[in-house]
Design a binder for this molecule. Structure first.
Ligand SMILES: [Zn+2]
Length: 160
């Protein structure tokens, strides 16, 4: 993948972000997934129009790419181009999808200036679970252990 290819795909992601401005809702974010030098899928932010807080452009693009390729991960060779540095959720989604490389235009500081500040998420992640803004409490249940044991023993599982 040459730098000019990267630029063209990234410009497409930014064009998708700009297109969000033509709609009454949704923040201006766009993303594309590329494999083997071609766009497999695109995504735009759909949070408010879908009432889906997880519908960030990158997640939408990854979902669309997996649907288009009929797979639950995009390895090998998928590149995620996104108009803005992925938030922690989208970054994690890229890892789960086995994206090989991410190219972004605006960074988290640019997003914060526009009112999309995800710094609090980066601050929350390293905290011990009990000290996060969303309190987390472990309650061990033997039933939960049984579910994992059944999975471990399941002969026909699809590993991912
Ligand atoms: Zn995100």
């Amino acid at each position: 993948m040459s730098a000019s290819d990267d630029r063209a795909f990234l410009q497409r992601a930014v064009a998708l972000a700009a297109d969000c401005l033509t709609k009454p809702t949704d923040g201006p974010f766009g993303a594309v997934v590329v494999r083997d030098g071609r766009i497999v899928a695109e995504g735009q932010n759909r949070v408010t129009q879908d009432n889906d807080p997880t519908a960030h452009a990158e997640v939408v693009a990854i979902r669309n790419a997996c649907a288009a390729e009929n797979t639950f991960h995009l390895a090998p060779g998928a590149v995620l181009y996104t108009s803005c540095e992925p938030c922690p959720m989208c970054l994690a989604a890229a890892y789960w999808a086995k994206v090989e490389r991410i190219v972004f235009a605006s960074d988290r500081a640019d997003a914060a200036k526009a009112g999309f500040d995800d710094a609090f998420l980066y601050d929350e992640m390293p905290k011990p679970p009990g000290e996060r803004k969303i309190p987390m409490h472990r309650m061990a249940l033997s039933e939960a252990d049984d579910v994992f044991q059944a999975w471990i023993d399941k002969p026909d599982k699809i590993a991912y």
